[in-house]
Design a protein around this ligand. Structure first.
Ligand code: PHE
Length: 344
């Protein structure tokens, strides 16, 4: 009896003084564990008479229950205190002024990209993309620009190794799409993407810029189809009634090749600072897909033909939004980008 009471007292005292979970755990082991004090009492049963045994057993059991209850209650108490402390720590004062949520805007180039994609999706094209780190094969070889051809100098290239480079034009997507078609016609794709050239950056040049390439290959495609398509593009991008001017040009992957100017959307063709008093603005390169390009991709160039064009997205955005420095697109000044909210 004495021992039992002593244990009870000890437990109560220890519990009252232990305000940490860890200590409680230790107490649990000390009293209730397999080698704990209460278990030890049980083993003393042997030395008692048969009369005393049940009474003693009952008392020890009661003690066990009591100690378990005391510890559990203490655990609950500590948990409650812990919760209150946590709530205190994490208290949010909703009356404090909040931080301003800065919400971004779509980048003006992304607007133009989407606009062009939507236009051509409306004409039944699909959108195709390709890798920016590209094989020389797709960027040059398949575009009818063999190694050591002087035309490669025109597109100062970032080479990664002799076979791998940063693509210099979206024509690399065009040659991939031709190969992917695996001889199947028609092909109607619009291929937007970033391209890279070793240019010195200034107001009108950037070593990274964006193009969108259009490609149509089928039977009996002619320059007239190209003309109609580009008229549609110019009207949609710069307003109805644009005049197009086709100038003979040279690209290795098209024959014939043309450069296309659009009548100035600012002065309507009279001449102003935007069109440098010429009334026209150069916007893209195009032409009929060179038979070599078709043949290299496995097409019979006597049975099909195609047109292709490549348009610079920065140039379109600059003209459309009146931006005079291409570097604005890449410095990511939120104040600049914010001004395009209204174009969404
Ligand atoms: N790839 C040419 C360039 O980057 C543009 C172009 C594309 C020209 C398709 C003709 C046909 O300048």
């Amino acid at each position: 009896m004495e021992k039992i009471n002593k244990i009870k007292e000890e437990v109560l005292e220890l519990i009252n003084n232990s305000n940490e979970m860890e200590l409680l755990q230790q107490l649990k082991i000390k009293f209730l564990g397999k080698k704990g004090q209460i278990q030890e009492l049980m083993s003393e049963m042997k030395s008692l008479s048969n009369d005393e045994k049940p009474k003693f057993g009952q008392m020890v059991n009661e003690l066990k229950q009591e100690v378990t209850k005391i510890i559990e209650e203490k655990v609950k108490e500590l948990e409650a205190i812990e919760l209150i402390k946590k709530l205190e720590r994490e208290k949010i004062d909703v009356t404090l002024p909040s931080y301003k949520q800065v919400i971004g805007t779509t980048h003006p180039l992304m607007n133009i990209k989407k606009e062009i994609e939507d236009l051509f999706i409306g004409l039944g094209y699909t959108v195709a993309e390709g890798p920016e780190v590209e094989y020389d094969l797709y960027n040059f070889e398949r575009a009818n620009i063999p190694a050591d051809h002087p035309a490669r100098d025109m597109q100062d290239t970032f080479y990664i190794n002799p076979e791998v480079l940063l693509r210099t034009h979206t024509t690399a997507i065009q040659t991939r799409e031709l190969e992917k078609a695996n001889g199947k016609l028609p092909i109607k794709v619009i291929c937007p993407g970033k391209v890279y050239r070793r240019d010195d950056d200034d107001a009108t040049h950037s070593h990274q810029f964006m193009q969108a390439e259009g490609l149509v290959v089928a039977e009996n495609i002619t320059l007239a189809d190209l003309k109609g398509t580009l008229q549609f593009l110019a009207d949609a991008m710069f307003g109805k009634g644009r005049k197009l001017r086709f100038r003979p040009s040279y690209f290795q992957f098209t024959e014939p090749s043309v450069e296309i100017d659009v009548s100035c959307h600012i002065c309507g063709g009279k001449g102003c600072s935007v069109c440098k008093n010429t009334g026209y603005i150069e916007i893209l390169g195009a032409g009929m897909v060179h038979p070599n390009v078709l043949e290299m991709a496995g097409f019979d160039s006597t049975k099909c033909s195609g047109f292709a064009f490549g348009i610079g997205l920065e140039r379109v955005a600059m003209l459309k939004y009146g931006i005079d420095d291409i570097r604005n697109f890449y410095t990511n000044d939120v104040r600049f980008l914010k001004t395009f909210d209204r174009f969404d």
